[in-house]
Design a protein around this ligand. Structure first.
Ligand code: NAP
Length: 354
């Protein structure tokens, strides 16, 4: 089988670098171009030192981009929507990692991103790229939007509870997200300056985090708006997200639901998923999902617990934000879109100890 040619726009960034790492090892892909405007002409390994000896590619400018089979776009929010028509002329398949095409309702951009969408006619063409909730639509599309990393962890933790309809939908869900520093991308800012960022447990979005919109969209049915209360805290990790979600069993099941029912629900929904592992051990150190052991892996570890007295279900998910939260899922989506083995190029299981 001849390989498909994939190019990466925004290849000097963290998500772009992770895409490059994955695609260099992918059995069905060859890399076309990798762009960076501020590093044009430099070797990609100058920015991604883990790729020394693996490629002699140099960064190209966006203005020299040539046609390819699949285009990955890893630009900051607001950039892709301005150039989507131009990108679509270059490639028949596009996977955009930004938030530009994640939300179905253009009005949500004004609300959550404080600016109007500049290409709303493209929103219905994009499929929300989370295979665990959208696999068939991903298989049949040419345009895929990446998923927010905090949204990925929040949705994967809670999806089975809402899909199986065992929680009180009117009360919705409270999600506490703890996030590593690479979420913020490669550019520095006062809050990412090492003396200020290291050792933090810092509330940076107690309310109003943009990814909340995606979680509402994913968990709600037609005509419904599930309340989602998300708070995000920056913690001492480079890679990793941990979402701890709280929902309440619906009144009809109060006093009836048991832990074994949750096991059954999570197994039913995730039993066949190649990248979701249900983690709930009775003993040992790693009894619940933990991002530490997922660095570099595409697994989402999902667990749960239940307090029958209050009816509170706690759902937990851990991911590597650059993998299952960004580039890993993007490659998983490419595999589905191209009709390849869903796990191709994504075999790395993570490290222990780390
Ligand atoms: N980091 C994560 O955990 C994560 C997770 C999920 C989704 N995402 C999404 O993925 C996208 C990339 O995130 P990131 O963390 O990789 O960001 P990043 O490290 O800041 O990288 C941004 C990339 O975009 C390029 N760029 C910036 N402004 C540009 C412009 N006006 N024109 C052309 N190129 C431009 C930069 O190239 P130069 O070298 O020229 O500056 C760089 O290659 C974002 O939309 C983000 O929301 C990130």
């Amino acid at each position: 089988m001849s390989k498909l040619r994939a190019s990466i726009i925004g290849g000097s960034g963290y998500a772009g670098g992770e895409l490059l790492r994955l695609l260099l090892d992918h059995p069905n892909v060859e890399i076309g171009q990798v762009t960076s405007e501020s590093n044009t002409g430099k070797y990609v390994h100058a920015l991604h030192p883990n790729l020394r000896g693996r490629t002699t590619l140099k960064f190209a400018s966006l203005s020299t981009l040539e046609p390819c089979d699949i285009l990955f776009v890893a630009l900051p929010h607001g950039e892709t929507m301005q150039r989507i028509a131009q990108f679509a002329e270059l490639a028949p398949r596009i996977i955009d990692l930004s938030a530009d095409f994640r939300l179905r309702d253009a009005n949500d951009y004004a609300k959550w991103y404080e600016s109007n969408h500049t290409a709303p006619e493209w929103l219905p063409k994009f499929v929300y790229g989370l295979p665990e909730i959208n696999r068939e639509a991903i298989r049949g599309t040419s345009y895929i939007s990446g998923v927010g990393c905090n949204a990925t962890a929040s949705i994967l933790a809670t999806w089975p509870l809402f899909a199986a309809d065992i929680v009180d939908r009117s009360r919705g869900v409270i999600v506490e997200v703890k996030a590593g520093s690479s979420e913020g991308g490669a550019s520095s800012s006062p809050s990412s300056h090492h003396p200020d960022r290291s050792h933090v447990v810092r509330s940076f979005a107690p309310v109003g985090h943009r990814h909340t919109a995606e979680v509402i969209q994913a968990l709600s049915r037609e005509g419904e708006r599930v309340p989602v209360h998300m708070s995000v805290t920056a913690i001492e990790l480079v890679r990793g997200v941990l979402a701890t979600a709280h929902a309440f069993v619906k009144p009809e099941l109060a006093g009836k639901l048991e832990l074994k029912d949750l096991w059954k629900t999570y197994r039913q929904i995730y039993g066949q998923e190649p990248f979701v592992r249900i983690i709930r051990e009775r003993q040992g150190v790693y009894r619940y999902p933990e991002p530490k052991i997922l660095a570099g892996s595409n697994y989402a570890d999902v667990g749960f617990d239940y307090d029958p007295e209050s009816g509170r279900i706690v759902a937990i998910a851990a991911i590597d934000n650059l993998m299952k939260g960004a580039s890993g899922t993007a490659v998983q989506c490419m595999n589905l879109m191209c009709g390849w083995e869903e796990t191709a190029g994504l075999g790395f299981p993570g490290l222990h100890p780390i």
